[in-house]
Design a protein around this ligand. Structure first.
Ligand code: TEU
Length: 544
């Protein structure tokens, strides 16, 4: 298997607007990221993924770009971004940025030109039809918006203010490739590619037969031509890595995007867990891991994450944010960092930050929840019930400000935060974590350090312990590389349960490498030492 620097990476995702505000406007900024690089470096992350900071009207928090080669004023200046890149590299880390080229902002000059007349040279930079089909957008009932000026409808897979680019137009593609080179020539180390499989639309825009009338297939015809061209025209000329955000794909589909011989992308986020599992489902998760491992291992590379800026925080969604917040945070961290594929740490995950339940829809900031709330209330549904139905998975759960300390606004800003701080910041914050040797932070740091020192965590095979492969709570698997064999044992529940590891396994895999509970004292516990797994107990053993 080909070894590369990025396969060995641990990526830390910085949602800069919620990371640290240094100019008092209540919004995080790039200067704030620079000021916290030593913190990220102390954690041990090797790559930083920076969410979009390009010029934008900010309808969708930077995912509606009006100038790909300028920096959004609230984030800082091009000089700040260049200094951030220098400071990241000076510490031996790398920086990847978002590539958002399925759509632009409706304020992008290209779209302003395109909508001005049917014969404008930029008309076909976007997708115009004389009538809509039944496609839904992610953020509204229809993916089509009527435009008076040219009496036509334009496609927007997301907000109305995010018109889809027409990737069948080579002139438009040329401009995207030039923009990519602009950033790569500055020295960035790759791209996270926003909804990259949506670039190709189904020919003729047929009505959708899918649930919710979504239009997206995992592999629309043409998508691999575009990505292969992108690789040939840009990507192959740089020592970078690319991760595609690719919803709606099976492992077989996924391999078409990231297969090592495909010359397209390097790795991907699939969303079989985060788009479809509202709460933890052990057997379903195991099945997903098995299919993606069997479908890709040795031929393509997977990514492992359980939250990001679009998905609520993992301890709230999948773990236990009340009684066992730190134990479950460490348990899920052990899983993410020992499964095959590269792990991503979303800011705040490393201190066990939780989701929120704001009392009013007015406390939420995300265009997605506001559109959905209005759509549902317009149907006559009870507003309180609608809000409660949306809170669990609301994207704002992960967008509340980073909790640096127990001071006002969690030390995030000296102004008024753009979004409310999670009220638990007085207990859950970085300052408290750094003073507690048993904190989630130091556990993440130890996991990441282990990964750097042990290739088995990166390149080892993944073999579930057969006797436990259907256990409702215990998730146990081996990672094997050459003569190094590790055993991972996780109690993915809030219960103290019998440890059903087979006797011979316990006898041959007894050397603890890392664990989230102190080892039981053999003298005090006698035979009990192996008899139980405590709530969210996680341990990694070296096997002889
Ligand atoms: O999200 C894409 C997105 O929302 C869907 O693909 C769906 O959420 C997916 O299956 C992942 O769960 C990206 C950005 O991450 C998001 O912040 C933007 O709002 C969106 O694209 C539009 O650019």
């Amino acid at each position: 298997m080909k070894r590369t620097w990025w396969k060995e990476a641990v990526v830390y995702q910085v949602y800069w607007r919620s990371f640290l505000d240094t100019d008092g406007d209540g919004v995080g900024d790039l200067e704030g990221v620079i000021q916290k690089l030593d913190y990220i470096n102390e954690l041990g992350a090797t790559v930083i993924w920076l969410n979009p900071c390009y010029a934008s009207p900010d309808v969708d928090n930077g995912y509606d770009i009006s100038d790909y080669q300028a920096v959004m004023a609230k984030a800082g200046t091009m000089e700040t971004l260049e200094r951030l890149l220098q400071e990241v590299h000076r510490r031996g880390m790398r920086l990847i940025m978002d590539l958002v080229v399925n759509h632009t902002s409706d304020q992008h000059p290209w779209f302003i030109e395109s909508r001005s007349s049917k014969d404008n040279p930029y008309r076909d930079y976007y997708i115009w039809q004389s009538k809509p089909n039944n496609w839904r957008s992610y953020f509204s009932p229809s993916a089509w918006e009527y435009d008076e000026t040219t009496e036509s409808y334009y496609l927007h897979s997301f907000a109305v203010q995010q018109p889809d680019l027409n990737w069948s137009n080579p002139a438009m593609r040329d401009e995207i490739y030039a923009m990519m080179r602009f950033w790569l020539d500055k020295g960035i180390d790759g791209f996270r590619m926003d909804v990259i499989n949506l670039l190709a639309k189904q020919a003729g825009f047929p009505d959708s037969e899918f649930p919710e009338n979504i239009s997206y297939l995992g592999n629309n015809p043409g998508i691999h031509d575009y990505l292969h061209e992108m690789h040939e025209r840009v990507l192959k000329d740089y020592d970078i890595f690319t991760v595609g955000e690719i919803p709606f794909v099976t492992p077989e589909d996924g391999l078409l995007y990231v297969g090592e011989e495909r010359d397209e992308l390097d790795t991907l986020f699939h969303f079989e867990v985060c788009d479809y599992m509202e709460h933890w489902e052990m057997q379903r998760f195991r099945d997903i891991q098995r299919r993606w491992y069997e479908g890709m291992w040795g031929r393509g590379w997977n990514s492992q994450f359980l939250n990001n800026h679009d998905h609520t925080r993992l301890v709230t969604r999948f773990g236990n944010e009340t009684i066992y917040r730190t134990e479950s945070a460490k348990c899920f961290a052990t899983m993410l960092h020992t499964l095959p594929g590269m792990p991503y740490v979303y800011q705040g995950e490393e201190i066990g930050m939780t989701g929120v339940r704001f009392a009013s829809i007015d406390d939420y900031e995300d265009v997605a929840i506001h559109n959905k709330y209005q759509e549902e209330v317009a149907k006559g549904r009870n507003p309180r019930e609608v809000l409660e139905s949306l809170q669990h998975l609301a994207r704002d759960n992960s967008r509340t400000p980073m909790q640096w300390n127990a001071l006002e606004h969690a030390g995030f800003t000296e102004g008024t935060p753009w979004i409310k701080v999670n009220p638990n910041y007085t207990e859950v914050n970085v300052a408290a974590a750094l003073m507690d040797q048993d904190s989630v932070f130091y556990y993440y740091r130890d996991l990441i350090r282990l990964r750097k020192e042990n290739e088995v965590m990166v390149y080892g095979s993944y073999d579930p312990v057969p006797e436990l492969d259907e256990h409702p709570y215990i998730y146990a698997y081996y990672r094997v590389l050459d003569d190094e064999k590790w055993l991972v044992v996780l109690n993915m529940s809030e219960y103290t349960i019998p440890n059903e590891l087979p006797e011979d396994v316990r006898n041959t895999c007894g050397e603890r490498v890392i664990a989230n509970y102190a080892e039981l004292d053999p003298a005090a516990e006698g035979e009990l030492i192996d008899a139980v797994l405590r709530p969210y107990e996680a341990a990694v053993y070296r096997c002889s």
